[in-house]
Design a protein around this ligand. Structure first.
Ligand SMILES: *[C@@H]1O[C@H](CO)[C@@H](O)[C@H](O)[C@H]1NC(C)=O
Ligand SMILES: *[C@@H]1O[C@H](CO)[C@@H](O)[C@H](O)[C@H]1NC(C)=O
Ligand SMILES: *[C@@H]1O[C@H](CO)[C@@H](O)[C@H](O)[C@H]1NC(C)=O
Length: 414
């Protein structure tokens, strides 16, 4: 017993030692995988084994971790400042092709470190230089995501530093579900990412998923702007995921059309980037009822009547948004589990969510972010003069969401 105890003590001491000891990376073009929080790595370029003129260091950590990288450097001297062969490149989401990276350069040494924080659990740093008399020192630490530092519904525009495609990916949490069955290859519903593994949708979107499409034929596309476009010609952030689980509310359709809410689980983790991430959920609104006339933004790839903006081609399957207004007097089944919405009041009769938008979000915009308040369920007289729509009120389903995501981490942005 004593032997066993000291054995574990040694293991414990060793693992504490291992985690506190900075791992020194000397290999150019390397990927370092962190396994726990508060692990530290350092790079002191050009003290690397091989002397490439462009060295890449990729860092990866488990999900619900992020990186803090401190970079001090001196690359000034032989080449003009910020030339194409004297800089440090930082990609805070490890995008292929370095999409939206930040370039560090300058004529004076930066001895006080520049600090970068990754979007999620991947970060990439490149060093372009052939002047091996200069230096770049990097210290990088993995940190756990917790309620105090989590992020959601971020704005890619403010996160894209060298702005490419800034106008797209406004709704980082939006996903479209597509099924390929014979000649049918279209988006049939929307959804909203809430964890690196889960998206929320409508029950009616998934209740017959096995029968109608077969789970293996369904894909979930995140980061999309044009859901019909081939993945390669969609946005740079677009990625597709297969599903391994689709659960709908146990009391879906009881009474009729009630509890139209469901959750899907992806087979692999959803890669969070500047253009893809989780929605904010309004945890602090438990027990709150949305007052009439609250503006809510519905988002979807859906059919014809969605867009108010005539510039949108109604058949283009481009992601659209429309502002709807809550009104609980529209029908008697606008209950505490449902937000009923109508289109904008003056000037338009259109403005509604339609069939294929089902499962997608209705957002309230607060604190410069979109908070997911509702799941688009169904509409009455889609886009017509007297049309209105039903949205499942997320706040009434928090306990259910927690259970069905196995209490996965959900960002409670306060
Ligand atoms: C960079 O790292 C080297 C090697 O550890 C060290 O000698 C040097 O002082 C560091 N420079 C800065 C500015 O941190
Ligand atoms: C969306 O993608 C489809 C299929 O590639 C294409 O025909 C259509 O023009 C695209 N729409 C826009 C607005 O780019
Ligand atoms: C809400 O809907 C009811 C019933 O259609 C209507 O009488 C009322 O004016 C609406 N309220 C608002 C604020 O739009």
């Amino acid at each position: 017993m004593v032997v066993l105890k000291s054995f574990f003590l040694i293991i414990l001491i060793l693992s504490i030692f291992k985690n506190s000891l900075a791992q020194h990376i000397t290999k150019c073009d390397s990927t370092t995988t962190f396994t726990v929080a508060n692990q530290v790595s350092t790079v002191n370029w050009p003290e690397t084994g091989n002397r490439n003129t462009f060295c890449t260091y990729i860092f990866k950590a488990p999900h619900n971790h992020f990186f803090k990288a401190s970079i001090s450097y001196n690359l000034a001297g032989t080449a003009p400042a910020c030339s194409n062969n004297q800089y440090v490149a930082v990609s805070i989401d490890n995008m292929p092709n370095w999409e939206g990276y930040t370039r560090l350069c300058g004529t004076v040494p930066k001895t006080s470190p520049q600090v970068f924080q990754s979007i999620a659990n991947e970060l990439k740093i490149g060093i372009a230089s052939n002047d091996f008399t200069k230096y770049v020192n990097i210290t990088i630490e993995s940190l756990p995501v917790h309620q105090g530092n989590c992020d959601c519904s971020w704005n890619p525009k403010t996160r894209i530093i060298n702005g490419v495609d800034a106008g797209k990916n406004e709704f980082i949490a939006h996903v479209g579900f597509k099924a390929k069955v014979g000649s049918f290859d279209q988006s049939f519903c929307g959804g909203t990412i809430i964890t690196p593994h889960h998206a929320i949708t409508a029950a009616h979107c998934i209740v017959n998923i096995h029968k109608t499409y077969g789970m293996a034929n369904v894909i979930m596309r995140a980061g999309s702007q044009n859901i019909t476009a081939p993945l390669a010609s969609d946005t740079v952030y677009a990625e597709e995921y297969k599903l391994i689980e689709a659960v709908h509310h146990e009391k879906y359709n009881n009474p009729q059309n009630a509890n139209d809410i469901g959750i899907v689980k992806t087979s692999t983790y959803i890669r969070f980037t500047r253009g893809v991430g989780p929605a904010c959920l309004p945890f602090s609104y438990k027990g709150y009822q949305v007052p009439n006339n609250t503006p809510l933004t519905a988002v979807g790839f859906g059919s014809t009547e969605f867009a108010l903006d005539a510039a949108y081609d109604t058949n283009s399957w481009i992601l659209k948004k429309v502002v709807l207004y809550s009104n609980s007097s529209l029908a008697k089944d606008c209950t505490s589990e449902v937000i009923c919405t109508i289109g904008p009041k003056t000037g338009y009769t259109r403005g509604d969510s339609c069939t294929r938008d089902s499962g997608g979000p209705v957002y309230a915009y607060m604190k410069n972010r979109y908070f997911d308040f509702g799941v688009i369920s169904r509409g009455i007289d889609c886009g017509g003069v007297n049309s209105y729509s039903y949205n499942m009120y997320i706040v009434s389903y928090f306990d259910w969401i927690n259970t069905k995501t196995s209490n996965a981490f959900l960002c409670n942005l306060s």
